[in-house]
Design a protein around this ligand. Structure first.
Ligand code: PAF
Length: 282
């Protein structure tokens, strides 16, 4: 695996390839990331992963400074997973001057759910992803479905800017008890780790209720919020949304949307100091 830290060297190296496949990450890799790498590998003639902890997508009170940097382990894991090129720019390389030009996704996609609770998050994500796309110039890029809204926003960005990149989702990998793998799981104390599965269980219960014919989604959402709150969580949202645009479905549309696999349940909740997100397509 070749490790490259500058844009010039990356462009030079990739000029020998026609169809780079790309998996961007912020490091602190787990099996979920490595599965994305393995998924992307056969889709291109060279597999590029990036590690860059993107300051622009963290709010001032969030964990940018303490976000785990696990360089040695990440390099070993990427190499074992078949990564050909690791692009790991410094902040100075990617943001040599304050990033004044930014990508602002449309509010109807980005001001809800994650964007509502983390204002500016998707501006930071889109800006860095567009910049990484410009550096790598991939033909295909794979993002985890665990970040459901992020995947949707990036897909739309690629469409609207006519980027010649297939944006593909990779299935969420789960621990044996059902907890979605996430870099932030490492923050959980042993007690919180045991409790953490209740987020995916709450989403499963919502999805099951929909499959059994529930149409009162406000009641479903309220019950799930109350359930997690009673267990000591601080939920931001537990909601039923249309898969197509992440908007709330009209009550009359719910049976048909459920039948046609048009719904997704999404949740975000804080357990102690750790914020977890998850989703489940119905
Ligand atoms: O999902 C992530 O790890 C990040 O948001 C991404 C896409 C690498 C952009 O920094």
């Amino acid at each position: 695996m070749k490790i490259i830290k500058t844009i010039t060297e990356l462009r030079d190296h990739l000029s020998h390839f026609k169809r780079p496949a790309f998996v961007p990450t912020m490091g602190n890799l787990h099996e979920g990331h490595l599965t994305l790498v393995r998924q992307a590998k056969p889709l291109g003639d060279v597999l590029v992963a990036s590690i860059f902890v993107n300051r622009l997508q963290f709010l001032p009170h969030e964990d940018f400074d303490t976000y785990p940097r696990t360089w040695e382990a990440d390099c070993a894991a990427l190499e074992a997973a078949g990564c050909d090129v690791l692009f790991a720019p410094t902040e100075k390389e990617l943001y040599p001057e304050p990033q004044g030009f930014k990508v602002h996704p449309p509010v109807e996609l980005s001001d809800l759910l994650e964007g509502h609770f983390r204002p500016g998050f998707f501006v930071g994500v889109c800006t860095v992803v567009l910049k990484l796309f410009n550096c790598v110039q991939p033909r295909v890029a794979v993002f985890g479905q665990k970040d459901y809204q992020q995947l949707m926003v990036i897909r739309r960005m690629a469409q609207q800017f006519a980027l010649p990149i297939d944006v593909i989702g990779g299935a969420t990998l789960r621990a044996a008890d059902g907890l979605a793998l996430s870099s932030r799981n490492n923050y959980l104390s042993p007690g919180d780790r045991a409790e953490a599965v209740h987020l995916s269980q709450a989403l499963k219960a919502m999805a099951q209720a929909l499959r059994e014919g529930a149409v009162d989604i406000s009641a479903l959402e309220r019950q799930a919020m109350t359930h997690l709150t009673a267990r000591g969580w601080q939920p931001d949202y537990l909601v039923v949304r249309r898969r197509a645009d992440l908007q709330p479905p009209a009550t009359g549309d719910i049976p048909e949307l459920t039948h046609n696999q048009g719904l997704v349940v999404l949740g975000a909740a804080r357990l102690g100091a750790t914020r977890l997100i998850d989703n489940l397509e119905v």
